[in-house]
Design a protein around this ligand. Structure first.
Ligand code: HEC
Ligand code: HEC
Length: 208
C-alpha cells in the first residue's frame, strides 16, 4: 500500500473529525448577526423600496431596530410586506428567529477553516502525545525484539507507512492484551485524538 494512498485515506478519515466545529449557518437557533439579516433578507427583499423611497428606511441596524415591531407586524401578521409577495420560507424563518433572539447586532463571526485553527504537529508533539505514552514501552532503543525505535526520528520516519497502517488504519498497534480474540476490537487502539496527531504529523510533512 503506497504512502500517498494512505494519506489520501487519512484525509477522508479525518474530515469526519471536524464535524463538531463545522459552522452551522443553516441552523436558525444559532445567534444570527444583523449583517446576515441584511444580506439575506433586507438587501434582496426590502431595500429596493425601503432604502430611500418608502418609510420606514431599513438601511442601518438602528433603523431596523427602531421599526422592529412594525416589521414583525407587516411581514408575519398582516403579511403585507414585502410588497410583491411573501418572503421565501428560509428567509422568513431566519428573520423571525433573529427578532425572537432580540434582534442582536453581533459582529459576523468568521469561522476560519479547521486547518487554520490547528497547530502544525511536529516530532516533539508526536512524541509527547502518542509515542511516549503509547509506544515506547515496547519500542525503545535497542529493545530485545528489535522493534523500531520510536524515540528516534529517523527510525520513525523510515517506517511511516507501517505506522499509519498499523496504528491509524487497522488498529493493530499498540497490540491488544494477550488472549484477545482476533475478531474483537482492540481495546488498546489509539484514540481519535491520538490518531489525528499521528496522521497530521505525516500530513504536515513529518517535521522534526
Ligand atoms: C416594492 C416595494 C416594497 C418592498 C420590496 C417592501 N416594501 Fe415595505 N412598504 C412599501 C410601501 C409602499 C409601504 C407603505 C405602506 C403600504 O403601501 O403598504 C411599505 C410599508 C412598510 C412598513 C410599514 C407598514 C406598517 O405596517 O407599519 C414596514 C414595516 C415595511 N414596509 C417593511 C418591509 C420589509 C421588512 C420588507 C422586506 C421584507 C419590505 N417592507 C419590502 C413598499 C415595499
Ligand atoms: C506492548 C508492546 C507494544 C506496544 C505498546 C506497541 N507495540 Fe508496536 N509492536 C510490538 C510488537 C511485539 C511488534 C512485532 C510483532 C508484530 O508484528 O505483531 C510490533 C510491531 C510494530 C511495527 C512493525 C514492526 C516495527 O517495529 O517496525 C510498528 C510500525 C509498530 N509496532 C508501531 C507501534 C506504534 C506506533 C505503537 C504506539 C502507538 C506501538 N507499536 C506500540 C509491540 C508493541
Amino acid at each position: 500500500v503506497s504512502l500517498g494512498w494512505i494519506v489520501t485515506g487519512l484525509a477522508v478519515l479525518l474530515s469526519g473529525c471536524g464535524t463538531k466545529i463545522k459552522s452551522r449557518e443553516g441552523a436558525v437557533s444559532d445567534p444570527i448577526p444583523f449583517s446576515r439579516i441584511k444580506a439575506a433578507v433586507l438587501q434582496p427583499y426590502c431595500l429596493g423600496c425601503h432604502a430611500a423611497n418608502e418609510r420606514p428606511f431599513l438601511n442601518t441596524y438602528t433603523d431596523v431596530k427602531d421599526s422592529l415591531a412594525s416589521i414583525r407586524r407587516a411581514v408575519f401578521t398582516t403579511r403585507t410586506m414585502p410588497k410583491r409577495g411573501d418572503l421565501p420560507e428560509d428567509e422568513q424563518a431566519m428573520l423571525l428567529a433573529w427578532i425572537d433572539q432580540g434582534a442582536p447586532e453581533l459582529p459576523e463571526v468568521v469561522t476560519p477553516p479547521p486547518s487554520h485553527e490547528r497547530k502544525t504537529i511536529k516530532w516533539a508533539d508526536l512524541q509527547k502525545q502518542v509515542f511516549q505514552p503509547r509506544c515506547v514501552v515496547c519500542h525503545f532503543p535497542n529493545n530485545p525484539d528489535r522493534l523500531s525505535d520510536l524515540q528516534d526520528y529517523e527510525s520513525a520516519r523510515a517506517i511511516v507507512g507501517s505506522l499509519l497502517f498499523l496504528s491509524v488504519a487497522s488498529d493493530k498497534m499498540p497490540p491488544p492484551p494477550a488472549g484477545t480474540p482476533e475478531e474483537n476490537p482492540n481495546p488498546n487502539k489509539l484514540s481519535a485524538a491520538e490518531k489525528e496527531t499521528l496522521a497530521y504529523w505525516v500530513i504536515d510533512g513529518m517535521q522534526k
